[in-house]
Design a protein around this ligand. Structure first.
Ligand code: NAD
Length: 375
């Protein structure tokens, strides 16, 4: 099979695979073509790709010769007619946001593998791009908060007196939230955490954070480990408790999401106004509406001395290691897509392949797509 690695556009700095991972991919028996300059923003030159055993070509040539096209973001700006029937496009898709493009791909009889649909099972863990990128986001959110904050994170005892540690409040303890707990603790902050899933209580504790329980949370075993919409009564109780904790916090890192829905609003404008001036809010749920009522996606604004950063694209900025993680996850997926000779073997009976295939042969395949797009 020939795999083409495309150059990303816009502010995206990642590339779907770095030369180090190309070497591993080649060992699976595949041929690799990389678009000219694809790795530039991730500090990987065309020469390095050539040394790794790939060939380097222009975009049109690459699209014409590859049976699987690999990119970080979906190729929505490319004319759909450029692709040929049966060709496989593999990237993060954001199916709800890009549903019109997905429909065009279906009608063109393309196969779209959506990396954001890889099931969150133990077997698929090594292919889980969402987890890898959330790890980057959680880490970067803490660093961004620490650099915006006028206070130290750790406690200091110096000749100039004692400095108290910062108090960090984390909303949502999924992959990004737990990473944020770990990094904020490493920097010496006192960390408090809210989540609706009681399963994370022990994880938060083991990282040195304090889990704040709000009674009456709805949990659904059928939601695949994800959160579900809460009752109005719970939301009210939770908002009250969050307000109490936010008023004493120096930093809030908000990561709470519900797949396929708008992010829950957990920090009301009224709560923000009651926070201490100089405090910092980093809202990682910004692109799905934000956990803070005042968040503006892609911007840092200051309200009553509180700075609010709405940012969901930290991974796009961390070109090197985010690309490395992305590429490693993709290799683990390719391992189940090819046979021993490196030829394509798309076994739709395989749960991971089935869940990840958004469209194929003019059909929607993944049950999650059917659920998310309400088809
Ligand atoms: P996510 O990005 O969908 O959400 C982030 C967090 O926000 C979640 O912990 C969620 O419970 C929380 N949240 C949602 N609504 C909330 C509210 N109203 N108040 C407070 N918190 C709220 O989550 P994610 O990081 O993608 O992970 C979700 C789940 O998937 C977790 O259980 C995680 O352990 C699991 N997971 C499993 C695997 C695997 O087994 N391979 C891999 C990754 C994640």
């Amino acid at each position: 099979m020939v795999i083409g690695i495309l150059k990303e556009s816009g502010a995206e700095k990642r590339v779907a695979m770095l030369p180090g991972e190309v070497v591993v991919l080649k060992k699976l028996g595949t041929d690799i073509i990389v678009e000219n300059g694809a790795g530039e923003k991730a500090w990987a030159s065309d020469m390095e790709y050539l040394s790794a055993g790939a060939s380097v070509k222009g975009r049109n040539d690459l699209i014409a010769k590859s049976s699987l096209l690999l990119s970080v973001n979906p190729l929505i700006e490319e004319n759909i007619e450029s692709f040929s029937e049966g060709q496989i496009l593999c990237s993060v898709v954001n199916p709800v946001e890009n549903n019109k493009w997905l429909e065009k791909a279906r009608l063109r009889a393309l196969t779209v593998l959506a990396l954001d649909l890889v099931p969150r099972t133990t077997r698929a863990q090594s292919m889980d791009i969402l987890s890898s990128m959330a790890t980057v986001a959680g880490y970067k959110a803490v660093l961004a908060a620490a650099s915006l904050s006028p206070k130290f994170f750790p406690m200091f005892m110096s000749a100039a007196g004692t400095i108290k540690p910062s108090r960090v409040l984390i909303l949502g303890a999924g992959v990004a939230g737990l990473q944020a707990v770990a990094i904020a603790r490493k920097l010496g902050a006192v960390v408090e955490v809210f989540d609706v899933r009681s399963a994370v209580r022990e994880e938060v504790k083991s990282l040195g954070g304090k889990f704040i329980e709000v009674e009456g949370a709805r949990e659904d075993a059928g939601a695949g480990g994800y959160a579900v919409e809460q009752t109005d009564e719970f939301k009210e109780k939770q908002q009250e408790l969050i307000q109490q904790r936010a008023m004493v916090a120096d930093v809030v890192i908000a990561t709470a999401q519900i797949p396929g829905r708008k992010a829950p609003v957990l920090l009301l404008a009224d709560t923000v106004r009651k926070m201490k001036p100089g405090s910092v809010i980093i809202d990682l749920a910004a692109s799905s509406g934000g956990n803070c009522e005042l968040t503006e996606n892609g911007k840092t604004i200051v309200v009553n001395g509180i700075s609010i950063t709405g940012k969901s694209d930290y991974p796009a900025m961390m070109s090197s290691d985010a690309s490395k993680m992305f590429g490693s996850n993709v290799i683990n997926l390719v391992k189940i897509l090819v046979d021993k000779e490196g030829n394509l073997n798309l076994n739709m009976e395989d749960e991971i392949i089935n869940c990840t295939t958004a469209v194929r042969g003019k059909d929607y395949v993944s049950h999650r797509i059917i659920q998310l797009l309400n088809i």
